[in-house]
Design a protein around this ligand. Sequence first.
Ligand SMILES: Cc1cc2nc3c(=O)[nH]c(=O)nc-3n(C[C@H](O)[C@H](O)[C@H](O)COP(=O)(O)O)c2cc1C
Length: 255
Amino acid sequence: MTLVDRIVSFYLTAVRLNGRFKMKIVVLNGTSVKGITYHMKEMFLQYLRTENQITEFYPEDMPPFCVGCKNCFLRGEERCPHAETIGPIWDACLAADLLVFAYPVYALRAPASIKSVLDHFCVHWMVHRPDPKFFKKTAVVITNSVGAPNGSAQKDVKTSMNWMGVSKIHTCGAGMMGDIFWSNITDKHQKMLEQKMTRLAKRVSGTMPRLHKSFKVNALFSVCKMMHQGVLKSEDRPSLDNQFFLDKGWIRDKR
Ligand SMILES: Cc1cc2nc3c(=O)[nH]c(=O)nc-3n(C[C@H](O)[C@H](O)[C@H](O)COP(=O)(O)O)c2cc1C
């Protein structure tokens, strides 16, 4: 740890102990239904609402499916045909300390609304043009299903977050044992959800920006840097991705 890291770490700890650190939280809701997912997310936010700044997106705010034009990779993400819808989501995520994904399990996976956002974020994977601000962020994944295990659906988001540079991802899922409508939910299940969501909110409350990448993210980033360095050798003019890595000082032009 360098001296600067130590000073920043000391400052952040002092801020946290003082309770002064206000998180910017972005919530990506995978459903517009005010059902079980919505109420789980509200229980989670209830604990955090007064202290922090929260911005939410719903499926109607999210982009249509990626058309596969590859403009984002080759010409810049501003050339995406859905730049107007994905742009504000990206900007909000960039500014956030905590990224929250709340969605029901559909066909054992994340619903299409969330997958559409993840597909549009692909250009910001470490194999392309990752934003270093993501190295500092923490993510939360809240899911529910009728009964199926939630792991595969959560992994859809975890995989993307890891490849975008997020080291810490908290997950919390609930198999509802047959409950599919919030209006019919038993008191026992409601209490169980309340306990889970409050526990999760307490865990992430006051989460500070990370100072270091996890071992896994660091390893993936190192491989990506080597890959970009290798590809650069064969390029007359650096690709958008390689120019980005050069500009960040992550690779060197040895051609
Ligand atoms: C299209 C669709 C697919 C679903 N697929 C599954 C599934 O594979 N496994 C499962 O346990 N529940 C599945 N469910 C149930 C949802 O995960 C969830 O329990 C339900 O939508 C309640 O959440 P909500 O009130 O927030 O909508 C599915 C629901 C829908 C609408």
